[in-house]
Design a protein around this ligand. Structure first.
Ligand SMILES: [Zn+2]
Ligand SMILES: [Zn+2]
Length: 259
């Protein structure tokens, strides 16, 4: 069975579409379950859901869980900001989420995955940038706040890649992820971005498989038509890496199901 656990709706500041439209597309694409994961940043940048909208979001998804025939999960994608961990904890513990995705979108306040701020890449040595990004991913895993690491190598989004081998950075990061018992997300949205690759890369995913790290699957849809998008390519990658199972979440408990 396949699930799409990374879906944004019009409740995120940068996405569009209604919950039931997403469910309709998921059904059409033959998915077994979907999870909504609108954006949440404790300091509310424009793409995030507003703090006061959170109860409405939770209520709407809860209602669908109770009334819709299609299996729905309540998730959320939270920005990992090291200095805001207690704020994140308050929110993630307060609501009955099925899972919480932790995503790194900022390096010292720089929204590196936002094309508006792309010029800042020029100021970095790219290998150093990757090291800095992955050390934040490690902190994100270690924080204990999240079930899933979202789009684990999104630092490659605009196609900036180090010229030196960074396998050691991957190995260290994956060791931390393993120790912290979090899942890694396979996210197809990278295929639409300048890097033209699924997050994470095959190399990264193979090391995850060797370390028995469970995976989830997400389209990171920002409109209903993109729900389940390019899952055929994701499936190919997952299988090539060796995986036969993916993780399913209920009230933050994980179980593995056959793909
Ligand atoms: Zn994200
Ligand atoms: Zn997202």
């Amino acid at each position: 069975m396949l699930m799409d656990y990374h879906i944004h709706t019009g409740m995120s500041g940068d996405a569009e579409g209604k919950f039931n439209e997403c469910i309709r597309i998921a059904h059409l694409r033959g998915l077994a379950e979907i999870g909504f994961s609108d954006h949440f940043h404790p300091k509310e940048p424009e793409y995030s859901m507003k703090y006061e909208k959170l109860p409405e979001y939770v209520e709407k998804v809860q209602l669908l869980k109770e009334t819709d025939d299609f299996p729905v999960k309540l998730g959320i994608e939270v920005d990992f900001i090291p200095s805001l961990q207690s704020e994140i904890e308050k929110i993630t513990r307060r609501e009955h989420f099925d899972y919480v995705i932790g995503s790194v979108h900022f390096i010292n306040g720089w929204g590196f995955d936002n094309s508006k701020y792309i010029s800042k890449y020029q100021e970095w040595d790219i290998a150093k940038l990757y090291e800095t990004y992955f050390s934040l991913v490690q902190q994100c895993a270690r924080s204990g706040l999240f079930d899933i690491i979202g789009h684990p190598d999104i630092i490659k989004k605009f196609g900036y890649k180090p010229e030196v081998d960074i396998t050691n950075v991957f190995l260290n990061t994956i060791e931390v992820i393993k120790d912290c018992r979090v899942c890694v997300e396979v996210n197809t949205r990278g295929l639409m971005m300048p890097c033209r690759e699924i997050y994470p890369s095959k190399e990264f995913l193979e090391i995850c498989f060797d370390n028995e790290i469970p995976i989830t699957l997400g389209s990171d849809a920002h409109k209903p038509e993109d729900v389940g998008k390019d899952f055929d390519q994701a499936l190919e990658l997952i299988r090539e890496a060796g995986y036969e199972n993916i993780a399913r979440f209920t009230r933050r408990k994980q179980e593995l199901v056959e793909i």
